[in-house]
Design a protein. Structure first.
Length: 212
């Protein structure tokens, strides 16, 4: 068993320019980029080259996300925030309308309208927060959490890690805490034929055309 991880620094977003538009305020890790007026994403990867050089296949056993605190929302009661943590075996195109327009909120990665298929998505967790009367506007309550993914073995030499966030364009500020995507994996040498076929499958998945 091995533990591997990727970390994202804390980040804040604030209104800027025309109504409904937001920009990055502070970004501790320099991780985030803007996808839409109130949609932002961070992308990193975990290098598995050492394992792939040894012809070992990665078998995910457990994946979770750790955060140092809850997010913070400035604004009225009822403001909403969604955070998607995502680990994939191939890189994704963050410039596509799927991400910028929020399609991923209702048709998540690996489902019918996504550029990713089921095998691509090792892990995804979509958390939705909302401010309530009981907890006041600054401290949002986690109102739903949904986890999905294939946990499929992969012979890829990288795992791609993302945090994607969107929120109501009426908020006055948003702050996300630092986060860690933590994976427990087995790295095993498979019989040569099985490994070569899995390696071919990883290559094919990375190079197949997107199907809308």
């Amino acid at each position: 068993m091995k533990q591997i991880k990727q970390e994202f620094g804390s980040v804040a977003f604030a209104p800027s320019g025309p109504p409904g538009n937001f920009e990055i305020g502070s970004d501790v890790g320099g991780d985030f980029e803007k996808l839409g007026p109130s949609v932002f994403a961070a992308s990193k990867y975990i290098d598995l080259a050492g394992l792939s050089m040894e012809s070992e296949t990665i078998f995910p056993q457990a994946i979770t996300v750790q955060m140092t605190s809850q997010p913070f929302i400035g604004g009225a009661v009822g403001e909403q925030l969604a955070i998607l943590d995502l680990v994939t075996s191939i890189p994704i195109d963050l410039t596509s309308a799927y991400w910028a327009t929020g399609i991923w909120l209702t048709d998540g990665p690996g489902f019918s309208r996504s550029e990713l298929n089921y095998e691509h998505v090792l892990y995804a967790r979509n958390n939705a927060y909302s401010t309530t009367v009981d907890l006041a506007a600054t401290w949002p309550q986690l109102v739903s959490t949904h986890q999905f993914g294939s946990m499929s073995p992969t012979a890829s030499d990288r795992l791609y890690c993302y945090r994607i966030v969107t929120f109501d364009n009426t908020v006055t500020s948003i702050t996300l805490p630092s986060a860690r995507q933590l994976l427990v994996v087995d790295a095993k040498a498979e019989p040569e034929f099985e490994y070569l076929m899995r390696l071919k499958r990883s290559y094919d998945l990375q190079n197949e055309p997107d199907v809308d």
